[in-house]
Design a protein around this ligand. Sequence first.
Ligand SMILES: Nc1nc2c(c(=O)[nH]1)N[C@H]1C(S)=C(S)[C@@H](COP(=O)(O)OP(=O)(O)OC[C@H]3O[C@@H](n4cnc5c(=O)[nH]c(N)nc54)[C@H](O)[C@@H]3O)O[C@H]1N2
Ligand SMILES: Nc1nc2c(c(=O)[nH]1)N[C@H]1C(S)=C(S)[C@@H](COP(=O)(O)OP(=O)(O)OC[C@H]3O[C@@H](n4cnc5c(=O)[nH]c(N)nc54)[C@H](O)[C@@H]3O)O[C@H]1N2
Ligand SMILES: [Mo]
Length: 654
Amino acid sequence: MPIFRSACPYDCPEGCSLLVETDGERVTAITGDPANPYTGGVICGKMRRLPGAVNSPERILTPLRRAGGKGEGRFVPVTWEEALEEIAARWKELMARYGPETILPCSYAGTMGAVQRHGGEGFFHDLGASDLVRTLCSSGKGAGWESVMGASCDLSPWEVGESDLILLWSADVAATRLHLGPIIRGAKERGARVTLIDVYENGSAPLADEMLLVRPGTDGALALAMLRVLAEEGLTDEAWLAEHAAGWPELRAELARWSPERAGEITGLDPEAIRRLALAYGRAKAPCIVAGSGFSRSGNGGQAARAIAALPAAVGAWARRGGGTYGFCSAPPLVDKGLMKRPWRTDPARQKVNINLLGPALLGEGVETPIHSLYVYHCNPAAVLSHQNAVRRGLAREDLFTVVHERYMTDTAKFADLILPAPYMVETEDLYTPYGYRQIQYVRPVVPPPGQVKSNWEVFCLLARAMGVDAPHYRRSAGELCRALVEGSAALTAEEKARVLSGEPVVLEAPFPLPVGTEDGKIRLAHPAPITWYPPHGGAEPFRLVCAPSAHTLNSSFNEISEQRERRGERTVRMNRADAAALGLTHGDRVVCANDLGEMEAVLALDRAVAPGAVVAQGVYPGADGVNSLTHPRLSDLGEATTLNDNTVQVRRT
Ligand SMILES: Nc1nc2c(c(=O)[nH]1)N[C@H]1C(S)=C(S)[C@@H](COP(=O)(O)OP(=O)(O)OC[C@H]3O[C@@H](n4cnc5c(=O)[nH]c(N)nc54)[C@H](O)[C@@H]3O)O[C@H]1N2
Ligand SMILES: Nc1nc2c(c(=O)[nH]1)N[C@H]1C(S)=C(S)[C@@H](COP(=O)(O)OP(=O)(O)OC[C@H]3O[C@@H](n4cnc5c(=O)[nH]c(N)nc54)[C@H](O)[C@@H]3O)O[C@H]1N2
Ligand SMILES: [Mo]
């Protein structure tokens, strides 16, 4: 059986390198590639079971035209020529009538490769379409980090193993950072302590010595109180701060307002527990914060990120190996993706639509030029976006010409006028640079695409021709673009470039100490104003809803694999046992979570500890009335990001 190198294309920090076994035509097995020391031959169950999806009879293999009502899911096959002609004719007509901004692309993170992910961004800039603001994931965390740390990067995951105090701060290691588990266990064997700071007992709990469950959206207050204790107890590194940070005196003045008692009231934690955590942090040799994104998906998420990012600076943790943060920001870009995104082809005057506000935008809110055509690729907006009911109402508009490039019949594809068949990564060529560590891998197709499947880039080249977008760029193959990206890289040596182009996964070490990426090289603790905390958006209902990842699916991906659906089971919500008891609810009850936007049914699980007042829903399930029917399309304070974890619900028995 031939075995080929490949890489995981999914939106996950692990960025695994893969070995794909085929029978020449079909993928028969996928395993981890030991040539990547971080993957180390180990991959998640989702990826191991991907061959079932690649070979599934449920795949879309030809272009399809709608034959029923929107959302009904009835389609008939058409040829690529017919599909492309129809798209070009409709777009030309709509552009003539309303201007090009009436077309909106909708893409996010179905595939993370530089060419297949970003190629469409350049195409829609060239077309003059509305710009999509892609802030669906961790932009609040990113903006908070940037305000403090500038363009700095943080540690590599294996450096976490050199820490003696690891704070897993809203990170689910079992679900989203599989390879960090053994690293953390190794650190524990050498004496490190691990504390989980979350709103529930997530998959990281077995790694933790201690668990602090906070009310959602209150992490910033916890971090500020920790800073206050550090300052009061003389545990800050004043010499390091004076040399490497600006604004510490201003932040220190703000800390006067952040006693552990006040933070205790806000977070729900015992003030003594906050004090103990701060003392342990201040006394650790090399404390490391592993930062997930959950805490930042709130109306105050940017500010919370600033407060947490200030902690390692306050104790000078960056000066010691293993000290600092991991996962707070993306690994440095090893290639210049501008080649694909073509940012110079748009301008600030172009209509912008924030992806989080897609539902309202499709219903005419906040857009000057109404959207009459939506082109969806590697994204499943009907499932993953906030205010699902508005998204679905928007997609149901008869006058919205919707094209969806997909692999199987997703919630979104059901609303399409035209569906175009899309590939799995084993059928395409691309360049992957995972955000969780400094790695790069060039991947070629290992099996032929089935049926009439075409990659994102192939479709954009065809659409460019059909629309008369005449740039030599659209005559370059994905392989040529991958090579150009590698050859143009300022981060790789000639030897590394050659290794990348040979298909080898290339892993780079992080420099030590890490350079600070602000203009003057100083960490900014009061720029433009001292770090503080303010309440999240909140809402009128008594419980605060949190959307957590499921270990068995990845956002809405892997729902196409029946074994993954079975492993995940029915939709559950978890809540605090005392809260459930007060409502007269017990484990296994069928409940309804409801708020002003919608309702969702689920089975109540009381199997894990949950912070008082919180309700946790893992995973994204297909169908209407999902968890996103309860999430508001409101943006975060910094970074215009999702506030997926900042919603309230009431809970009742069905
Ligand atoms: N198996 C699996 N892997 C995935 C994904 C998946 O869905 N499933 N998603 C992928 C993607 S796109 C991403 S961005 C990453 C995300 O990876 P992570 O950053 O690890 O995941 P988050 O969604 O941020 O959720 C992490 C934790 O945040 C907690 N949390 C939520 N709100 C708060 C809060 O206010 N305070 C605190 N302290 N904790 C809170 C949740 O309870 C959850 O345990 O993982 C990627 N990998
Ligand atoms: N309730 C809730 N909502 C969430 C989250 C959550 O944890 N809970 N997570 C949020 C986060 S962190 C993120 S990043 C977003 C992610 O949201 P999305 O970017 O929409 O990610 P997925 O749900 O994985 O859907 C990606 C789709 O792309 C398709 N696809 C994959 N590869 C290709 C390709 O090469 N070409 C084409 N044309 N299609 C392809 C897949 O079949 C899949 O249907 O969701 C967010 N929404
Ligand atoms: Mo994400």
